[in-house]
Design a protein around this ligand. Structure first.
Ligand SMILES: *[C@@H]1O[C@H](CO)[C@@H](O)[C@H](O)[C@H]1NC(C)=O
Ligand SMILES: *[C@@H]1O[C@H](CO)[C@@H](O)[C@H](O)[C@H]1NC(C)=O
Ligand SMILES: *[C@@H]1O[C@H](CO)[C@@H](O)[C@H](O)[C@H]1NC(C)=O
Ligand SMILES: *[C@@H]1O[C@H](CO)[C@@H](O)[C@H](O)[C@H]1NC(C)=O
Ligand SMILES: *[C@@H]1O[C@H](CO)[C@@H](O)[C@H](O)[C@H]1NC(C)=O
Ligand SMILES: *[C@@H]1O[C@H](CO)[C@@H](O)[C@H](O)[C@H]1NC(C)=O
Ligand SMILES: *[C@@H]1O[C@H](CO)[C@@H](O)[C@H](O)[C@H]1NC(C)=O
Ligand SMILES: *[C@@H]1O[C@H](CO)[C@@H](O)[C@H](O)[C@H]1NC(C)=O
Ligand SMILES: *[C@@H]1O[C@H](CO)[C@@H](O)[C@H](O)[C@H]1NC(C)=O
Ligand SMILES: *[C@@H]1O[C@H](CO)[C@@H](O)[C@H](O)[C@H]1NC(C)=O
Ligand SMILES: *[C@@H]1O[C@H](CO)[C@@H](O)[C@H](O)[C@H]1NC(C)=O
Length: 679
């Protein structure tokens, strides 16, 4: 079977004690290997990098230069306006690079490319400063002069070269300047593989195909943030990981299945939703693990992929499903800004709950899922995980734009109208059939959050019985949970069967003498026994009509608009485990101090997670605190995140973002940390 490229990358461990001599500030360039795409993997000290040498950022012409064995030079590009370049200027520029970027370090001072908008010269202090780093090469487009003990090369000038660290490769008459990426080990194993923009002019991404043998981790390439400092686009330089359901040109889309990857070609196009992120300046850094074909499989049911790890608590908590890699990676890595997932039944909201991060199920139809492996089509949605409420809102408002809204033929619902206003809800609905939180130590955190909401917005709390309210509607279809659940069941199986299941089974049987493909148990029997006389397009179409009826009743009788509010109420509930730990290891969840996920509350007819997939509403997971538990894994006290879900009427997403932004301004909602604890 087509395996992932697993090239060896030696992890150098440099541990010799360093003397005080300033000249040792810099580690030298060590070439490791070229990856299959012709790009260079190298090391500086104990840090690994990738350089886009196959398709460099720019190729500059230069005066004749006789290349030596060491013709690859880590360089730093500095741009200035001044005429006298002093030590102070260099030092403050370099210090801003170190502060604002995790890719740049002193090791890139083997060479300096310096340019000024005016005729400039380096003074003695600057020359002396560079000597501390043993800077060997000075590149200049002629604007800057300076007398030092370095090799000086005059190169053609270029506007296309941003500031920051690069790898320069010298040849007889050219200097190729390649973008560099720092390689981070994915220590929580949330990715399938790292990826980077090939810069080939065809908008293709390359898989990195490098992993760290010592710890089995795939390496993830992230470009210097400095490259984007002069780029005004909303997501310029933000690093974004993508659930492996979305197509990215040049990368394989597997849906978490090697069998599916085997029978499908590498993507020859990028999903419009991912393209939008790239157009906004976002950087795609890799493909992430998911429950196979976006099922809701428990951790212990994963076979094809190894289940990712959650950094929270004892490190043995569930990442939930299906956007498992995405949620846990955002809780794990400061070097990652966003992760894109999808939500059909809970797959954004529950991974956000167990990782203590921000994640949403937007209103039904908010974003195109063209070139994304479907599950339920009319119940599928796309979302983004983030640690920071402001960054999360900025991404969301720039991503969910009208041209990317889904056609009504896909949703079966009315066209979306998304006001971006402060028409906030007046009522907090507290559903007594879903709350209080299961862990009595967590409920006071929720009560404090509710008190904060009422204080900031002057809202009133109304206790409702959601189940009784819906069952009290007069429409026999809209009030019947059995009917609504059955319709959702049809929606959630038919599209995945026609687009994935049927072609996979047919193709595999042809290739392997009638055999069934090796897939996880979540889909095996459902597809083995799929009966098109029971579930088919006719029933799917009927299910869309049922769904539409439920949505209309919900929006007229439960969460509706008034002249003052987009959604008169915001409903709170918990999609997580109510402040109890839930584990990746099944038997640990049988303890009284732990919980399974997706537990149906005793008096409810549907899980809270199912409310918005049925009624089309917007449902956001918001981290509000944490509570301790005694771990049976580390045998130490640990913290588990407490989150709450905020639900508003379909179309009121942006009003809810504005509300969340106000809560962040008021210090109610906060940026969560990476690692063991969110707060
Ligand atoms: C790498 O080296 C730097 C000093 O050069 C040290 O601070 C850091 O801890 C090292 N990291 C690893 C992972 O060995
Ligand atoms: C050059 O000057 C302009 C205008 O004062 C300023 O906006 C810009 O940031 C400066 N560029 C550098 C590299 O210092
Ligand atoms: C992309 O691939 C699809 C199916 O794999 C194929 O139908 C289509 O023609 C390809 N498009 C291009 C531009 O190669
Ligand atoms: C309530 O708001 C205050 C700030 O006004 C904040 O310090 C506290 O953490 C908030 N608590 C919750 C649970 O929202
Ligand atoms: C909510 O209402 C339903 C239907 O009337 C009832 O069976 C259930 O017990 C109620 N739940 C609570 C918590 O009161
Ligand atoms: C059911 O509907 C009736 C009539 O509209 C109303 O009086 C009653 O309060 C409702 N009950 C619930 C639980 O919503
Ligand atoms: C819901 O619909 C099902 C199937 O149509 C029907 O059998 C059941 O009696 C209905 N339930 C209620 C409470 O009306
Ligand atoms: C499919 O469902 C139909 C209708 O219930 C039934 O008659 C038929 O036997 C089923 N087919 C299989 C293969 O189970
Ligand atoms: C589709 O399913 C319904 C029952 O669910 C069945 O009555 C109908 O015959 C099926 N249509 C086809 C084309 O199999
Ligand atoms: C740890 O194990 C003890 C003994 O089986 C049990 O009572 C407790 O609930 C467990 N704690 C957790 C957090 O699962
Ligand atoms: C609450 O936790 C207990 C275990 O302590 C579990 O049996 C029960 O199903 C949980 N209830 C919900 C609604 O999650």
């Amino acid at each position: 079977m087509a395996g992932r490229c697993a090239l060896l990358l030696t992890a150098l461990l440099v541990s010799t004690s360093v003397s005080a001599a300033p000249i040792l500030k810099r580690n030298s360039y060590t070439f490791v290997l070229n990856n299959p795409y012709g790009d260079a993997i190298f090391e500086l000290g104990n840090v690994s990098y990738l350089a886009n040498t196959k398709h460099p950022k720019v190729v500059l012409s230069t005066e004749n230069f006789k290349p030596t064995a060491s013709s690859s030079i880590p360089i730093t590009v500095i741009k200035t306006n001044v005429s006298i370049i002093s030590k102070e200027l260099l030092e403050s520029t370099i210090s801003s690079y170190l502060d604002g970027d995790d890719v740049f370090n002193f090791d890139f001072l083997a060479g300096l490319y310096i340019t000024s908008t005016t005729t400039a010269s380096m003074d003695a202090s600057a020359i002396e400063y560079l000597a501390e780093f043993n800077t060997n090469f000075l590149f200049s487009d002629g604007s800057v002069s300076g007398e030092g003990s370095f090799t000086k090369l005059t190169v053609s000038s270029t506007a296309g070269l941003p500031s920051g660290p690069f790898l320069a490769t010298l040849s007889l008459s050219t200097v190729s300047i390649a973008s560099v990426y720092r390689l981070y080990p994915d220590t929580y194993r949330t990715f399938l593989f790292g990826a980077y923009d090939s810069n080939d002019g065809q908008e293709r991404h390359n898989p990195l195909g490098v992993f760290l043998p010592k710890m089995w981790d795939p390496m993830i390439p992230v470009p210097s943030r400095i490259y984007y400092w002069e780029d005004g686009r909303p997501l310029a330089g933000e690093r974004v990981a993508v659930k492996d359901l979305y197509d990215v040109k040049g990368l394989q889309t597997s849906g978490g299945s090697q069998a599916w990857a085997y029978i499908t070609p590498t993507s020859n196009g990028t999903a419009p939703s991912v393209q939008r992120i790239i157009d906004l300046g976002g950087v795609i850094v890799g493909k992430q693990k998911l429950a196979q074909f976006a099922s809701g499989a428990n951790p212990w049911e994963w076979q094809d992929e190894h289940y990712p790890f959650n950094p929270r608590g004892d490190g043995w908590l569930t990442c939930s499903a299906s956007s498992s890699g995405a949620g846990c990676s955002i809780a794990a890595y400061d070097w990652l800004d966003y992760a894109i997932g999808s939500d059909t039944g809970s797959s954004m909201r529950r991974p956000a709950a167990v990782s203590g991060t921000y994640g949403q199920r937007p209103s039904q139809g908010m974003i195109s899922l063209e070139r994304v492996i479907p599950l339920g089509a009319a119940t599928d949605t796309g979302g983004v995980f983030s640690r920071d409420p402001y960054k999360w809102i900025k991404f969301s408002k720039n991503w969910y734009i009208p041209p990317l809204h889904q056609d009504v033929s896909i949703t079966g619902l009315s066209p979306l109208v998304i006001p971006d206003s402060d028409a906030f809800p007046k009522t907090i609905l507290y559903p007594i059939d879903y709350l209080p939180l299961n862990n009595s130590a967590a409920e006071p955190i929720l009560q404090e959050f509710i008190a904060n909401l009422t204080r900031v917005f002057g809202m009133t709390v109304k206790k409702v019985n959601f189940t009784a309210t819906v069952q009290n509607w007069t429409d026999p279809v809209a009030r019947n949970f059995t009917t609504l659940n059955a319709a959702t069941g049809v929606i959630n199986s038919w599209t995945a069967w026609t687009v994935i299941g049927r072609p996979l089974l047919t193709t595999w049987a042809k290739l392997f003498d009638g055999r069934f493909p090796p897939i996880d148990p979540a889909r095996r029997l459902g597809w083995k026994n799929f009966n098109e006389s029971l579930v088919n397009q006719t029933r799917y179409d009927a299910a869309l009509i049922t769904k539409n009826r439920g949505v209309k009743w919900y929006e007229t009788h439960f969460q509706y608009s008034t002249p003052e509010s987009c959604s008169e109420s915001v409903m709170l509930y918990d999609i997580g485990s109510g402040g109890l730990p839930s584990f990746r290891e099944q038997s640990l969840n049988d303890s009284p101090g732990a919980s399974y996920l997706a537990v149906l509350p005793p008096t409810a007819k549907i899980t809270g997670a199912n409310i918005c997939p049925i009624f089309g509403c917007a449902d956001f997971t918001i981290p509000i605190g944490q509570v301790p538990y005694q771990s049976n894994v580390t045998f130490h006290e640990e913290m588990v995140p407490v989150t709450i879900n905020m639900v508003v009427k379909r179309g009121c997403d942006f009003v809810l973002y504005n509300m969340i932004e106000k809560l962040a301004d008021e210090g109610v909602l906060k940026t969560v940390k990476t690692g063991r604890t969110a707060f």
